[in-house]
Ligand binder design. Structure first.
Ligand SMILES: [Zn+2]
Length: 139
């Protein structure tokens, strides 16, 4: 059984825009798995709901200038808009969490390897086998 131990990466008071005219105040918490918005008690008494977004389902993240603070728009099926002073910081964190596997360059272990006569798997970049010293014939 896998236990999800979530680490809080970002937490700040924010405003969540349900629509252009309806907004809720609360606390935005980002973990390594989810982005949670906890609506304040006052606004939840007006029927505002807390929001929880699975970071694995995020398609796109944008940041736009706002009147007071920048807006971070998160696309995950629908669009979620959050306004907060540290919007840039949240945006950077989201980009890193959601798209780091895409933006990072090809890893070493993705390069193809060949099987030497001695049975070891050796990266194609080598000219000689590190185990038996055989020279590889490159095409
Ligand atoms: Zn070898």
């Amino acid at each position: 059984m896998q236990v999800c131990t979530e680490t809080t990466l970002f937490m700040q008071k924010a405003i969540y825009y349900v629509s252009r005219f309806i907004a809720a105040r609360g606390v935005l918490e980002m973990t390594d798995c989810r982005l949670n918005f906890q609506v304040s008690n006052l606004d939840s008494s007006f029927g505002m709901r807390s929001v929880s977004i699975d970071l694995a389902t995020v398609d796109d993240v944008r940041i736009e200038g706002g009147d007071l603070h920048p807006r971070v728009i998160i696309c995950s099926g629908k669009e979620y808009e959050f306004v907060l002073p540290k919007a840039q910081e949240l945006y950077d964190q989201l980009k890193k969490q959601c798209f780091s596997s895409v933006s990072s360059g090809p890893a070493d272990n993705e390069s193809s390897s060949i099987i030497c006569g001695c049975g070891h798997s050796v990266s194609e970049r080598y000219n000689f086998c590190p185990w038996c010293g055989s020279k590889f014939l490159k095409t």
